[in-house]
Design a protein around this ligand. Structure first.
Ligand SMILES: Nc1nc2c(ncn2[C@@H]2O[C@H](COP(=O)(O)OP(=O)(O)OP(=O)(O)O)[C@@H](O)[C@H]2O)c(=O)[nH]1
Length: 968
């Protein structure tokens, strides 16, 4: 494209646009009828329409590329007649639609149209960039929120399930890949992967769920209550679907993802998800950085010696990069606009293992341009070279300095098996927006080339292919056909747009000034490119005779230049207009995917939260009466236990008391089964009777204890029954053995109160009196009692002392002889008794005394038990024997009953506490689930809304002329 043609275009367009038909007339072009150009109507009071002004303002104020658009590089190109001029954005129709008269050259308007198209596209690009940037910010905020939520309410992760597990019925499919059932997120318009090209795992089917499953078997409520909640719960089949961005990489041994999801505890899943979210946030931030970056990188690669360096030089119109017939480029050379280096042309050779930083000279060595060859050919010190050059061409033609975006060209080393991997890695870098592949027309695609394109086409979708050294081909049509066939195979998408993306050129036919010339002039000018006065470039390519005399040769050269210029324009379009694809499309695609994942996650978790709320609400509803009942039972059972214990103890007490009292009172009348051995052994008899009585009392006590045992067994049973009734299986019965009760020596007390046998015990004086009165009258009776009373008391008072001694000595003989001795003594002391007497019975004759004594002795078997019983009873009463024992028994019963009672009380308390904790826990879960439901409900809406906004960002056919460019 010559400068002249551009200038003329500019004047016609500017004129036409600013003043409409009147201007056209003012130009005084008689050959153009007044209506050959459309009539422009200016809306508004000024000469510039409001919309045009707005458009201009938007372009000028745009922050993303403002520097390059409105900066010096634009204004400094005044030589192009204001190629970038506010007038261009004035209200006027798109020039491409301008009607052109037959035969009229429309070169100028074509130029104008191209520039306008470029700027409008720039505007649209910026709008898209800003919109995507905002969406990235919102997505990041959303993900951060999700991360916070996930920390407090571990998100549930939808899972896929293997085909051999029971699944919902699938429609029959004839491919082995993934079989979808249905998706609630279909409205999200997630890009559908065609079969076999899907990167998603095969042999996976939609999951079944453990949530919401209808169990065919009835389940008891307690079983349901105690059934462990499987974690993590899977999602219903309708919404379970695979993720693209937030997919958890769960590969561990032979376990499938589903098995792993099942086996992992839900907090582990949540933390894995958290990691994924962080990763995604980082990626989104890097995408935002990338779309805000105004630079664009073009990687030129291809087979060895295909002419890559020659091609780059042709683009620059300067011999910057070394060309050689031998493979020579050994490092990556990035050619940048010198304006990025303070306008200085030089080479920065970047040290190995260093990250290039233009402001840090320790990372590189500086060389003049002409020494580039030395660095490029065989070196082991540098990995890449940054080549700063001034672009000598206008902004409409230049790639480096095009007024819109800063483009750098990277000349890569030729591909071979060694460099293939390095270059492939290089090409994969995110900042590489465009890959230009140079192939030699003579050699077609080598194996390395095919492998590279195959991979790069997956990465970048479109490859710009330059078929170089076309001048060396004789049958060019056949060559074209064959190469296009190969392109179709290697990158079908590139093939589809081959008119724009595949170019057959001869780079060496393009005139280029030497690198050292400083780039001050344009080689496309007649004088600059070579020594031909007719503008034919002075190339070294075949078929160029360089004399300018061969018209056919000239025609061919022009054709080659034209082809190259076509390539350049296509490349510019590809870089400038299609950079949306390379810069914004990845952001858009990633956003759509991540928002789709968030949406899926939100839908799934909203439902999980809802079912969680339902579940715990029901649980709470069921729990409330159980809790109330438990509280009531605790109080009631406690009272019941107290009652049982009280009743049992009081029964035992009263029974023991009455039994003992009765026995003690009646022990004298009992058949003690002690034979009376006669007068001589009266004392022994007394001892035996006493022991027999004590045994009787002990036997009664033993019976009472047995009764108490039985009562205790009854009490324990009723407590256990209460426990089982209220606590069910939770109640643990205690092992109770009644035989260990009362195992203390029970009659110790009785032994302690061992009653001493006294002489008086043998003679029942009141009884005697009573019986003698009946027989011999009162005076007689008194005589006997008097004899037995006072005389014997005086005469045989020694006897008690003897008994006491005998007890101590244990001399049976002594005791045996006491009573006979006593009686005889009574007789011998008769006289003194009589004589001393002043009592009414002083006159009592001797025979009466003998009779009375004999009577008293005969009464021993009858009177002794009574006397002893009375005495025993009095002694036992003195030590409170009956109460003591009744109390002992009832206390022991109480003690024993308290053990199961306390056990039951603890059980009941525990049950209430357990229910309280469960209630609190369930209430807490309900609260959290409600928050989660609300949050995920909002997230469903929000993610769909942001996704909708992203979807509306149209990166394809935006801006006039762009679609046209590709359809042309
Ligand atoms: N006939 C013809 N020769 C060309 C053309 N382009 C480049 N050459 C020649 O091919 C040879 C190799 O060119 P280079 O540009 O060095 O090739 P390269 O691909 O950069 O080489 P390496 O980077 O070393 O692999 C040089 O001698 C060029 O003059 C062309 O279009 N036609």
């Amino acid at each position: 494209m010559s400068q002249e043609s551009f200038s003329s275009g500019e004047s016609s367009s500017a004129g036409g646009s600013s003043s409409g038909p009147s201007n056209s007339q003012a130009k005084g072009n008689p050959s153009r009828p007044p209506n050959t150009r459309p009539v422009y109507m200016t809306v508004g009071s000024g000469s510039t329409s409001a919309s045009a002004a707005a458009l201009t303002a938007m372009l000028e104020n745009d922050s993303g590329y403002g520097g390059s658009i409105a900066g010096d590089s634009i204004t400094g190109t005044g030589q192009h007649g204001g190629g970038w001029h506010p007038g261009l954005t004035e209200d006027m129709p798109t020039p491409s639609h301008t009607p052109v008269l037959m035969g009229e050259t429309n070169e100028a308007s074509e130029n104008e149209r191209r520039i306008l198209t470029s700027h409008v596209h720039q505007l649209v690009y910026n709008q898209n960039r800003v919109a995507l940037g905002r969406c990235i910010n919102r997505a990041v905020e959303t993900l951060q929120e999700l991360q916070r939520m996930n920390a407090s309410w571990p998100a549930h992760y939808p899972s896929v399930q293997r085909a051999n597990l029971p699944t919902t019925p699938h429609p029959p499919t004839n491919h082995t890949g993934l079989t979808r059932t249905q998706s609630t997120t279909g409205d999200l318009d997630r890009p559908k992967s065609p079969p076999n090209t899907s990167t998603r795992p095969n042999n996976l089917k939609r999951t079944l769920t453990s949530l919401g499953e209808d169990s065919t078997e009835a389940e008891s409520s307690s079983a349901a209550e105690n059934r462990p909640v499987s974690e993590p719960r899977l999602i219903t089949p309708q919404i379970a679907q695979e993720f693209s961005i937030l997919k958890l990489d769960l590969k561990l041994g032979a376990l499938s993802q589903t098995e792993l999801v099942h086996s992992l505890e839900k907090h582990s899943i949540a933390s894995l998800l958290d990691g994924k979210i962080s990763q995604s946030i980082r990626h989104l931030l890097s995408l935002r950085e990338r779309i805000e970056d105004t630079s664009s990188k073009v990687l030129v690669t291809g087979d060895l010696n295909a002419g890559k360096s020659t091609f780059c030089n042709a683009l620059l119109r300067r011999k910057v990069l070394p060309e050689d017939q031998q493979p020579c480029t050994s490092i990556f050379c990035e050619v940048l606009n010198a304006s990025e280096n303070g306008g200085i042309e030089e080479v920065h050779a970047v040290h190995k293992e260093e990250l290039y930083d233009r402001n840090d000279e320790s990372t590189y060595d500086v060389f003049p341009l002409k020494e580039l060859e030395k660095i490029v050919v065989d070196n082991d010190k540098y990995t890449q070279a940054k080549v700063y050059v001034r672009d000598i061409r206008s902004i409409d033609e230049s790639l480096l300095s095009n007024g819109v975006v800063d483009i750098s060209i990277i000349d890569a080393p030729g591909l071979n098996m060694d460099s293939l991997k390095t270059t492939a890695v290089f090409a994969r870098q995110e900042e590489i927006d465009v890959v230009v592949f140079v192939v030699s027309a003579e050699n077609h695609f080598t194996l390395s080339a095919k492998e590279f394109i195959w991979n790069a086409a997956h990465e970048k979708a479109y490859i710009f292919i330059v078929v170089n050294r076309f001048d060396n081909i004789r049958d060019q049509d056949r060559c074209q056909r064959m190469i296009l066939e190969q392109v179709a195979h290697l990158s079908p998408r590139t093939f589809k747009e081959s008119a724009e993306l595949v170019h057959f050129v001869s780079s060496n036919a393009i005139p280029a000034v030497p690198a050292g010339s400083g780039g001050g002039s344009d080689p496309s000018d007649d004088d600059a490119g070579g020594d031909d006065s007719d503008g034919t470039p002075k190339g070294k390519g075949a078929g160029l005779d360089g004399t300018g005399k061969n018209d056919k040769g000239k025609g061919k050269e022009k054709e080659k230049i034209q082809d190259f210029e076509n390539l350049e324009q296509a490349l510019r379009r590809f870089v400038l207009e299609k950079r949306s694809r390379s810069k914004l499309a990845p952001a858009k695609t990633y956003l759509l995917n991540v928002l789709g994942d968030i949406h899926t996650l939100a839908v799934a978790n909203k439902d999980v939260a809802q079912s969680e709320v339902d579940r715990v609400t029901k649980e709470l509803r069921d729990l409330e009466p159980v809790f109330e009942q438990s509280m009531k039972a605790r109080a009631e059972v406690s009272d019941e236990i107290d009652r049982t214990i009280e009743q049992t103890c009081s029964e035992v007490y009263s029974h023991t008391r009455s039994s003992l009292s009765t026995t003690i009172a009646r022990v004298a009348e009992e058949d003690l089964d002690v034979p009376y051995p006669g007068f001589l052994n009266a004392f022994l008899y007394a001892e035996d009777v006493k022991l027999a009585m004590l045994d009787q009392i002990s036997a009664t006590l033993t019976r009472c204890e047995e009764v108490a045992r039985q009562r205790t067994v009854g009490g324990v049973s009723s407590i256990n029954a209460l426990g089982l009734l209220h606590l069910g299986n939770e109640y643990v019965e205690m092992n109770f053995r009644s035989n260990v009760m009362f195992n203390r020596k029970r009659d110790a007390l009785a032994r302690q109160v061992d009653t001493e046998v006294e002489v008086w015990d043998f003679f029942d004086l009141p009884g005697l009196l009573h019986s003698q009165e009946k027989v011999a009258g009162t005076s007689m009776a008194l005589t006997i009692v008097g004899v037995m009373g006072s005389r014997m008391a005086g005469g045989i008072g020694w006897v008690d002392g003897v008994i006491g001694a005998a007890r101590v000595l244990g001399a049976k003989g002594v005791r045996t002889l006491i009573i006979p001795g006593m009686v005889l003594a009574g007789m011998f002391y008769y006289n003194p008794i009589i004589s001393l007497s002043s009592l009414p019975f002083v006159d009592t004759p001797t025979h009466l005394v003998v009779a009375a004594t004999t009577y008293a002795i005969s009464q021993i078997p009858t009177s002794l038990p009574h006397r002893l019983s009375t005495k025993l009873s009095a002694n036992l009463a003195a030590i409170d024997y009956v109460h003591q024992n009744s109390d002992r028994l009832s206390k022991e019963v109480r003690k024993v009953l308290h053990i199961p009672a306390d056990n039951l009380r603890v059980g009941l308390q525990r049950s209430v506490e357990k229910l309280t904790v469960k209630k609190e826990e369930t209430t807490r879960v309900r609260g959290e689930s409600e928050v989660a439901r609300k949050y995920f409900g909002n997230l469903v809406r929000e993610s769909a809304e942001i996704r909708g906004t992203v979807q509306r960002v149209d990166l394809e056919g935006s801006g006039p002329g762009i679609a046209g460019n590709y359809e042309a």
